[in-house]
Design a protein around this ligand. Structure first.
Ligand code: SAM
Length: 290
């Protein structure tokens, strides 16, 4: 697994960290997920079925893979089980990485604590990148995407699941700003209470089956209402930017949840074999999330 180690305390392919990469919001997100991923355990079988639906094993087998923002590691384990040559699960949350090492260990799978905005890998290290619901929690999502682009080999594939921006996103954001400022010890009990209230409403309005089942509603409520930082994206803009960066779109799933306003969209893209150079692409760091 050469090329995975931070070089002389530096990251980002050996380049020094930019000063504004040391954003305190990043640590807050890490602490939040320390709690979430030690409290709620994901359904590994459901995660695996879900991965097979959107990233078939034959596109993973024999390739080097990164699970960026791996949480408790359910998807990292599936990447290994689908035959990846080796897998790295990376997360900013130390608690998540500890949990992942404990419950989702596998051969050819290594978990590391790291920041998706400045990763300790050489350019083009991975042929497969899975970033489910993680980019949206970084302080600068397009910087994270630029990093994913940097560490993806030409011809490699990347899957992103990102929250969709809707008219309700600012409302959710305002509720979240209030709730996430409450003392930490209240978050879990309030999530359980919220889940009890929300469950009949969700049943009533159920319009689409979730592609990924098995998460407890309380865990979803906790993640949804208390996370300190979350961006929402306009799918059309993300698709346009990836095309400009020299990516070919292979799969677009417009919504995964029951409600548009709380739904991920999925984008699986393939990097041009010349890395998109002919189009002079650059992911840049401009903010597209909200
Ligand atoms: C909603 S969870 C998703 C976890 C996992 N991908 C899954 O779907 O089960 C978001 C994850 O992204 C991680 N994360 C957030 N910001 C990060 C960053 N800057 N670098 C690496 N991981 C980050 C969080 O710690 C958390 O585990």
């Amino acid at each position: 697994m050469a090329g995975f180690r931070p070089q002389n305390g530096k990251t980002n392919g050996g380049k020094p960290l930019e000063p504004n990469a040391l954003d305190p919001r990043r640590e807050k997100v890490g602490e939040f997920y320390d709690e979430v991923w030690t409290r709620y355990v994901q359904d590994r079988e459901a995660a695996e079925r879900h991965m097979a639906d959107v990233f078939p094993p034959d596109l993973i087998s024999g390739r080097t893979a990164l699970d960026s923002g791996c949480g408790g590691g359910a998807f990292s384990r599936s990447l290994a089980r689908f035959g990846a040559r080796f897998v790295v699960g990376l997360d900013i949350s130390i608690g998540s990485i500890r949990m992942a090492r404990r419950i989702n260990a596998a051969d050819r799978l290594e978990y590391i604590v790291g920041d998706m905005e400045a990763m300790p890998f050489e350019d083009g290290t991975f042929e497969v990148i899975w970033a489910w619901g993680s980019v949206e929690h970084t302080p600068h999502p397009w910087r994270a995407i630029a990093e994913l682009d940097r560490v993806l080999a030409p011809g490699g594939r990347m899957l992103l699941a990102l929250y969709k921006r809707t008219l309700l996103s600012p409302v959710h954001g305002a509720v979240r700003a209030v709730l996430s400022s409450l003392p930490r010890r209240l978050h879990a009990p309030l999530s359980w209470a919220g889940a009890a209230v929300l469950s009949p409403v969700i049943r009533m309005f159920k319009r689409r089956e979730k592609m990924r089942s098995g998460e407890e509603l309380a865990g979803v409520a906790h993640d949804w209402f208390f996370v300190p930082l979350r961006h929402h994206f306009d799918p059309a803009e993300v698709r346009r930017r990836f095309a400009k960066m020299g990516y070919e779109e292979e799969l677009f799933v417009p919504a995964t949840g029951r409600f548009d306003s709380s739904s991920h969209f999925i984008l699986r893209v393939r990097k041009c074999s010349d890395g998109g150079k002919e189009r002079g692409h650059h992911a840049g760091t401009g903010a597209a999330g909200s």
